[in-house]
Design a protein around this ligand. Structure first.
Ligand code: PLP
Length: 376
């Protein structure tokens, strides 16, 4: 089946007893056993819940992996993933990644795990960060908020040659546009709070592994720690998935128009959008992805205008997060990336002129009109 069909019917074929086309919400903590030593397959909802389990299976299939695991947040998924690393391990990481991931990794230094933050769009930089105790490469692509694109296949080969676990945060493009597991990744990470759920009403996270055994190791920690996605949130994500393709296509089409418009605006000095032909990452993006997605960052000429822009937008909502049907505007240096030290932010270009847009499904003319008014 094609991905659009699988998406539209997410959770629709699992309730064999009633034939319900919407996966029911099993709002339950524990399950009655038929007899001693017998189980229905479900015992206790931390270990497994039918609604969560259908979501986990559906995403694993869509991503092309063998095991999916759903968590209470993207950060909880990443934290669970970190439990598989032993003290004295070293991990190479994308330098301009989500500030919350950076903040978490910095805490793991106290547990003997070391990190090198590098520009993972440069294979040379990644190679030169390799140490004897390097065990993994963790990348975001496109990155947050500069939207740089790394060559997943090339990094996958490097990881294979050096026996590294290759982890890709696929939150920005999703499996609809980009399938890291097919390009050499071992684990895909998601904040399901973004495109997968798509309506700014869920906080959730997902891990998908290529290999069943790695999936089992992660399941051990998911079950032991219990940072699981609730049945209701699992249902909301399943419902979101049904329209992922429609939303993403519309959001991307809107973003392309808005990025082109921003590129020609006198108040704007730089536009970061990998779908622009002028982007240094355009070629690698089209080689590995079916679309550029709907995130745009841009720099404005006069940074002192930022408070006014954020206060005066009417169609855009001034809020953190991304990937929902509503368009949001964010100021990364004081919001999503405030946990990063200032010198690193400066080096990466996360400065006081940089604004980030998450484009929704509204009419693009309304969005452009809003930007035109506040940028004037
Ligand atoms: N990964 C990326 C790329 C993100 O943007 C975020 C949150 O913004 C996360 C992970 C963390 O996810 P959550 O906010 O669901 O915990």
């Amino acid at each position: 089946m094609k991905k659009e069909t699988l998406l539209a019917q997410s959770g629709s074929r699992w309730d064999f007893r009633t034939g319900s086309v919407s996966m029911p919400i099993y709002q339950v903590a524990t399950f009655r056993h038929p007899a001693l030593g017998e189980s229905t397959g479900f015992d206790y909802s931390r270990s497994g819940n039918p609604t969560r389990s259908v979501l986990e299976t559906t995403i694993a299939e869509l991503e092309g992996g063998s095991r999916g695991l759903a968590f209470s947040s993207g950060m909880s998924a990443i934290d669970c993933l970190m439990r598989i690393f032993k003290p004295n391990s070293h991990i190479i990481v994308t330098e301009d990644l989500y500030g919350g991931t950076y903040r978490l990794f910095e805490q793991y230094k106290d547990y003997g795990i070391d990190f090198s933050y590098v520009d993972t769009t440069s294979p040379e930089e990644v190679k030169s960060a390799l140490k004897k105790n390097t065990v993994a490469l963790f990348i975001e692509t496109p990155t947050n908020p500069i939207l740089k694109v790394a060559d997943i296949e090339e990094l996958g080969k490097f990881c294979k040659e050096n026996n590294l676990l290759f982890i890709v945060d696929n939150t920005f493009l999703t499996f609809y546009y980009q399938k890291p597991l097919e390009l050499g990744a071992d684990i895909v990470v998601y904040s399901a709070s973004k495109y997968l759920s798509g309506h700014n009403d869920v906080i959730g996270g997902i891990l998908v592994t290529k290999d069943q055994e790695l999936g089992e190791r992660l399941y051990f920690f998911q079950n032991s720690i219990g940072g699981i996605m609730s049945p209701f949130d699992s249902w909301l994500v399943l419902r979101g998935l049904k329209t992922l393709h429609l939303r993403l296509e519309r959001q991307t089409a809107n973003a392309e128009k808005i990025a082109n418009w921003l590129e020609n605006n006198d108040s704007v000095t730089k536009v970061y959008y990998p779908g622009l032909k002028s982007s240094p990452w355009y070629n690698v993006l089209i080689k590995q992805s079916g679309g550029a997605g709907a995130m745009i960052s841009f720099e404005i000429k006069y940074p002192d205008r930022v408070p006014k822009i954020l206060a005066e937008v009417k169609t855009f909502l001034f809020a953190e997060s991304l990937g929902g049907v509503e368009s949001l505007i964010t100021f990364p240096s004081v919001q999503t990336h405030s946990a990063m030290p200032e010198d690193l932010r400066k080096k990466l270009g996360i400065n006081d002129r940089l604004l980030r847009l998450s484009i929704g499904v509204e009419n693009y003319e309304d969005l452009i009109e809003d930007l035109e008014r506040v940028l004037k």
